[in-house]
Design a binder for this molecule. Structure first.
Ligand code: NDP
Length: 448
């Protein structure tokens, strides 16, 4: 058995019931096969792949809090500090009922390569909780966040581990978490990113992941002789990433016509109205059916299992921006049949392995989330720089840096794919480019 296959078999055996983690490791190891096999003995002797796939530290803790009825609730909190070879751990916190250790490990593992691709000095980590902020009062969310931070604070710090938002963790939650950290530690430092602008946040951080996704997509199209202008775009999700992806797509002349949430989806052939979408999802925190109620051109569809949802709509470009494994093989077939020629992931691992392979085999340009959604963490790193300098940059400065970073990421992965004989395979390119920097840093730092 080759070293790569041996390591993967051990991952499955030692980490039972963590299918998302297995999936993320499999995708990365398959891409790295050509690099590893060229130097197999050396990598094997140093157990580099075993070290890369084993988190440096896993913190798991109880989060008790009191709801508005006076009832004590208990949730499971996690922080996985995966790899600090190139910088302090960095990665978001996810609050969603589906959160478990396997999900956080998959996200933390992906984050290592994503952060490396940004070219900035940040290691990989991720955290979260099976708490559902949906339907909770602001007081309940605050009570929960304070309890969560009362344990987490001892494991993080501006030079140790810097969490940010993810699904279910936006400006409100980051504010409550930051307030509690400051109260306990009595230190005003950039320990979290995604902060409000009045207390150390960076302009353009809110927009960064969605905007970055479009900067990279536009560059990928350009390098393949296409233009985003006038293209019909299907987007899934209606959260932070989706909203700002839709906004930037429109600014670049594209036409996004769909979005979705966990209960249904919208098809708006006249193009999504971003102001209305923001009002429904960011201000009212309501269902998408409210968007359709106010927009005569829009159709609302309840989510139904076995149907393709937004992927059934004819489009040129698809941007999955909701959650993992939301675009499966049947969805990929529907997209190809409808003439879609590019897919760039806004969410983390939204496309299943089978769907990815199908898209690539059918000539669809495919960019994996660890590259195309890296704009969020890159701008978080820019927020860390501003906090260290105790300065704030303008929106234009941050946005210009973001755009430069995304264009560079695309060329890094394109070059890596070409160098290893896999031209156009951006999944392999992203994994290889992300890996090489981390591997070199790990080797230089000895067996730690
Ligand atoms: P949000 O919580 O802001 O939005 C998530 C959206 O996806 C919501 O519309 C939500 O619906 C929908 N959704 C969540 N879970 C499901 C599900 N199981 N089925 C269907 N729809 C679902 O999260 P973000 O926009 O921040 O994150 C979206 C994705 O992007 C995640 O994969 C995240 O890891 C990734 N990402 C986010 C970054 C960021 O900066 N925010 C950076 C890099 C990656 P509803 O409104 O009903 O809850």
């Amino acid at each position: 058995m080759s070293y790569v296959d041996d390591v993967y078999a051990k991952i499955v055996e030692k980490n039972p019931a963590q299918p998302e983690f297995h999936q993320a490791v499999k995708e990365v190891l398959e891409s790295l096969r050509v690099v590893i096999e060229a130097n197999e003995e050396e990598y094997k002797k140093e157990a580099l792949l075993e070290r890369l796939t084993t988190p440096e530290r896993i913190i798991q803790f109880r989060v008790p809090w009191v709801d508005d009825a006076g009832q004590v609730q208990v949730n499971n909190g996690y922080r996985v500090q995966f790899n600090s070879a190139i910088g302090p751990y960095k990665g978001g916190l996810r609050f969603h009922p589906s959160v478990n250790l396997g999900i956080i490990k998959f996200l933390g593992f992906e984050q290592i390569f994503k952060n490396s691709l940004t070219g900035l000095p940040i290691g990989g980590g991720k955290g979260g909780c099976d708490f559902d902020p949906k339907g909770k009062s602001d007081r309940e969310v605050m009570a929960f966040c304070q309890s969560f931070m009362t344990e987490l604070y001892r494991h993080i710090g501006a030079d140790t581990d810097v969490p940010a938002g993810d699904i279910g963790v936006g400006g409100r939650e980051i504010g409550f978490l930051y307030g509690q950290y400051k109260r306990i530690r009595n230190i005003y430092e950039g320990v979290l990113t995604g902060k409000g602008l009045t207390y150390g946040g960076s302009l353009a951080r809110t927009e960064a992941t969605g905007y970055g996704l479009l900067y990279l997509t536009a560059e990928m199209l350009k390098c393949n002789g296409k233009d985003i202008k006038d293209k019909t775009i299907c987007v899934s999700g209606a959260g932070n990433v989706a909203i700002y992806a839709i906004q930037k797509a429109q600014q670049l002349g594209g036409k996004p016509v769909t979005c979705s949430d966990s209960t249904g989806w919208i098809y708006d052939p006249e193009g999504i109205n971003v102001a209305l979408l923001k009002e429904v999802k960011e201000v009212k925190r309501a269902r998408l059916s409210e968007y359709a109620a106010k927009r005569p051109s829009a159709e609302y569809h309840e989510k139904k299992n076995g149907e393709h949802g937004v992927w059934s709509i004819k489009c040129d470009v698809a941007l999955p921006c909701a959650t993992q494994n939301e675009l499966d093989l049947e969805d990929a077939k529907a997209l190809v049949a409808n003439g879609c020629f590019a897919v760039a992931e806004g969410a983390n691992m939204p496309t299943t392995l089978e769907a990815t392979e199908y898209l690539q085999k059918n000539g669809v340009l495919f960019c994996p989330g660890k590259a195309s959604n890296a704009g969020g963490v890159a701008t978080s790193a820019l927020e860390m720089s501003q906090n260290s300098e105790r300065l704030s940059w303008t929106f234009e400065e941050v946005d210009a840096k973001l755009q430069g970073i995304m264009v560079n990421i695309f060329h890094n992965l394109d070059d890596a794919a070409k160098k290893y004989g896999m031209e156009g395979n951006y999944v392999a390119g992203a994994n290889i480019a992300g890996f090489l920097k981390v591997a070199e840093a790990m080797k230089a730092q000895g067996i730690v």
